[in-house]
Design a protein around this ligand. Structure first.
Ligand SMILES: Nc1ncnc2c1ncn2[C@@H]1O[C@H](COP(=O)(O)OP(=O)(O)OP(=O)(O)O)[C@@H](O)[C@H]1O
Ligand SMILES: [Mg+2]
Length: 305
């Protein structure tokens, strides 16, 4: 599949600080890519360069084959920005807001306005004043506004900030449908790992201005089991003797092991006189993996000076 957006050695140096360090990343049609990283990692800086709010000091952003370096305005016309606190006129209806924003583009028809209203599920309230909308409805109206000119690429910086769980789920559902029906490449930054996990097809992880990992959400994760047996030290030693990776967890152990190895392990435990209280699959969350990737509980910002 041909990428819609390519970051090519994208870099930003401010003073002597390298804030973004040679990012290479491609985004594809109909695919939602999450952009995950601890505070200060460089997410907002990257996004600002991708939407032309900040100039790169090295590399390029190519949108639908158009280089922002060479053809800034043409490249930007293909971007649907940003739903972080969409600016709306509160005293006008949602519909009138959309009509107003539609005038900023060429060729947005009345049919297109009606279509984006349906796509974000706002048909029933669109003629009411924006001032009466909930935050979730305002976010969805912002999404409708960003879609008016049929962008190839939609970029959202922390779109669900402040939404309640129902609002987040609704937003996620609409975003998924839009990615598929419009074939747009969606790029969503978030620090909420659980949300990225549910919303995205793939994630790009940034730390200290460098891309540390890109992975598909469908990639099968490693298999872990929680085993509780006494005496726990003896259980641990038996597992280590098998060459397995073992960690202490609550009263038991977390073992990196395939399901088909479990019966053999249980037999050896029983033969050694161990008492087994629990064996259950242990789902490693994206959060565990993220913390491993970024080197433990590093939430505060750090970068190479
Ligand atoms: N204008 C600037 N001058 C100097 N340093 C800056 C400037 N803008 C950003 N930085 C630094 O660049 C780094 C990346 O910041 P950025 O805002 O892109 O991170 P972020 O990943 O969006 O973080 P958060 O999750 O907190 O929003 C930080 O260390 C920040 O202090
Ligand atoms: Mg940020």
């Amino acid at each position: 599949m041909k990428p819609v957006v390519e970051l090519k050695n994208l870099s930003k140096t401010i003073g002597s600080k390298k804030i973004i360090d040679n990012l290479n990343l491609s985004l594809y049609p109909g695919t939602i890519t999450g952009f995950l990283g601890p505070n200060g990692a460089g997410k907002t800086t990257t996004i600002r360069m991708m939407v032309g709010l900040m100039k790169q000091t090295g590399g390029d952003v190519v949108i639908d084959g158009v280089s922002l370096r060479d053809n800034f305005e043409e490249g930007l016309s293909k971007v649907g920005v940003i739903v972080e606190n969409p600016e709306m006129y509160k005293f006008m209806s949602g519909y009138k807001n959309l009509v107003h924003f539609a005038r900023m583009h060429k060729n947005v028809t009345k049919e297109r306005i009606d279509e984006v209203i349906r796509q974000v599920g706002m048909q029933n309230r669109i003629h009411e004043k924006v001032g009466t909308y909930s935050l979730g409805m305002r976010q969805r109206l912002g999404l409708a506004q960003a879609l008016l000119h049929r962008p190839k690429f939609l970029i959202l910086d922390e779109p669900t900030n402040g939404l309640d769980p129902a609002g987040i789920r609704e937003f996620r559902t609409y975003l998924r449908q839009i990615a598929e029906t419009e074939g747009v490449a969606v790029f969503v930054s978030s620090h909420m790992l659980s949300e990225i996990e549910l919303m995205c097809d793939r994630i790009a992880v940034i730390q200290n201005g460098k891309l540390v990992d890109i992975r598909e959400m469908s990639e099968t994760r490693e298999s872990f089991y929680y085993i509780e047996a006494t005496p726990v030290e003896k259980a641990k030693q038996l597992l280590l003797d098998e060459g397995l990776t073992v960690d202490d967890f609550n009263n038991g152990l977390i073992v990196n092991v395939e399901q088909q190895q479990i019966p053999g392990i249980m037999r050896s435990f029983i033969a050694e006189g161990l008492e087994v209280f629990a064996v259950q699959p242990h789902k490693k969350t994206l959060e565990d993996e993220f913390l491993e990737m970024t080197g433990g509980g590093q939430i505060a910002e750090t970068y190479a000076k």
